[in-house]
Write a protein that binds this ligand. Structure first.
Ligand code: UGA
Length: 442
């Protein structure tokens, strides 16, 4: 088993480190945030990620996982992963300052023959830049490998442990083999390419998934106009193996820390280098409009929203995470407020303070039944499984007007109507259409 170092203990860093330790490697992690390091040293996860704390604790107890807020004088590990943030900068460009800082600090401390592996999502060409930095720092025989990460928040451990593929990019075959060996217990398909291609695979993958979602959202709007059911359309399309059924869920649009930043960064890179990324621009445009369409549905039912009470179910950008970055649910809550509504937001894991920092005019609630009492509308904005199990009859009975806008097409229309709701969703017809497709299915 190999000794490795991981720089940056955010989502990608913490999950990768815990998983590599689980695979039997010795992993030394460094993060410049001492409070995050203090949490991790105790086996506590700074993020809500199912299964992560168990892995952290096992790795720490086995002596295979350590955390520090400072760099060692010299790295024992010969393979050093960079997994720092590359947030959005001006004009949508990716800000790679954290990568530069990490590489310049790491380079001076590496032994000959070490490998710098980049896991952060970085603009195409960053690997070459890293190699140049290492060379200028006087590193000898250092290889640079790009190893993009494809894990999803909420299922990150499973995504790491059961990868569809491991992508490695470098001009150094031996270095790629040494990195591939770390993953050997997972027996993955390994794709070896040049470094720029590996960097592009990451952006192209995220941009394609975002495109799939925007596509189905556009189809949802057309379905609504023409009286078709987007859920069945997506199911029918998805059964064609050339299309595949994943990421065809119409709704409020995509959010989170990755898709918005990465699609923008790819479009920015393209434009800066003279290409015209018109598809990517439309993909972003459609996504933005989904939030507006959801608000329009509430307005269509209630009229002017001034003074209306609206309960938004969900704050996280998707279920099983407490991440609020670019959350469509928060954007929706803020748009409703802008139209004069009194907005209460319910989320099972997001702490009130973090929600209120982003939606300062909202009221936070933990109990959906209490939050919806007397409301004019409930809007489901995050597909938390908890929401499916709510006592919907009781909720409908205590609302001022039992309007339910399901922006994720997450609840069963017939059940919700039977519970007493005026139920609206995205891209599906009313009772007649639903009944018709049920008949066809039967
Ligand atoms: C995404 C990618 O799926 C990962 O492969 C990638 O590693 C990660 O970005 C990253 O670059 O770090 P993540 O942002 O965690 O992962 O979340 P997803 O599950 O991809 O969902 C993104 C957004 O799309 C969410 O807002 C979700 O609600 C929305 N979505 C997803 C839909 O609206 N419809 C769908 O069918 C699927």
């Amino acid at each position: 088993m190999t000794s490795i170092a991981v720089i940056g203990c955010g989502y990608v860093g913490a999950v990768s480190a815990a998983c590599f330790a689980e695979l039997g490697h010795t992993v030394h992690c460094i993060d410049t945030d001492p409070s995050r390091v203090a949490l991790l040293q105790q086996g506590s996860s700074p993020i809500h990620e199912p299964g992560l704390e168990e892995l952290l604790q096992r790795g720490i107890e086995a002596g295979r996982l350590t955390f520090a807020a400072t760099y060692p004088d010299v790295f024992d590990a010969r393979i050093v992963f960079i997994a720092v943030n590359t947030p959005e900068a001006q004009e949508g460009a990716a800000d790679i300052r954290a990568v530069r800082d990490a590489v310049s600090t790491v380079a001076a401390r590496l032994r000959t023959g070490s490998i710098i592996v980049n896991k952060s999502t970085v603009p195409i060409g960053t690997g070459d830049l890293v190699a140049g930095m290492a060379e200028r720092a006087g590193c000898r025989s250092i290889a640079v490998v790009s190893n993009p990460e494809f894990l999803r928040e909420g299922s990150a451990i499973r995504d790491f442990m059961e990868p569809d593929r491991v992508v490695l990019g470098s001009d150094d075959r031996d270095a790629m083999d040494r990195v591939a060996a770390l993953y050997a217990p997972l027996n993955p398909v390994v794709q070896r390419v040049d470094i720029r291609t590996a960097e592009m695979i990451k952006y192209a993958s995220n941009a394609f998934l975002a495109t799939k979602i925007s596509f189905i959202n556009e189809i949802a709007s057309i379905c609504e106009t023409l009286g078709a059911d987007v859920e069945e359309v997506a199911r029918g399309m998805g059964m064609d193996t050339r299309i595949g059924g994943q990421f065809l869920k119409a709704g409020l649009g995509w959010g989170g820390s990755c898709f918005p930043k990465d699609v923008k960064a790819l479009a920015h890179m393209a434009a800066v280098h003279g290409a015209h990324p018109q598809l990517l621009r439309s993909v972003m445009d459609i996504n933005h409009d989904q939030r507006l369409r959801a608000v329009q549905k509430v307005r269509q039912a209630l009229g002017d929203l001034e003074g209306r009470h609206v309960t938004v179910l969900g704050a996280a950008f998707k279920a099983n995470t407490d991440d609020l970055r670019n959350s469509p649910a928060i954007e929706l809550a803020n748009l409703l407020h802008l139209e004069g509504a009194h907005v209460t937001v319910v989320d099972p894991v997001v702490p009130a303070a973090r929600l209120l920092a982003l939606a300062p005019h909202a009221t936070f609630a933990l109990d959906a039944v209490e939050a919806a009492a007397g409301a004019d509308a409930v809007v489901l904005a995050t597909d938390w499984p908890e929401f499916r199990a709510l006592p919907w009859h009781a909720i409908a009975a205590h609302m001022e007007r039992a309007l339910l806008v399901d922006t994720r097409n997450y609840l069963d229309p017939a059940t919700m109507r039977a519970a007493g709701f005026e139920y609206r969703c995205m891209g599906r017809p009313g009772a007649e259409g639903a009944a018709a497709s049920e008949l066809i299915e039967a």
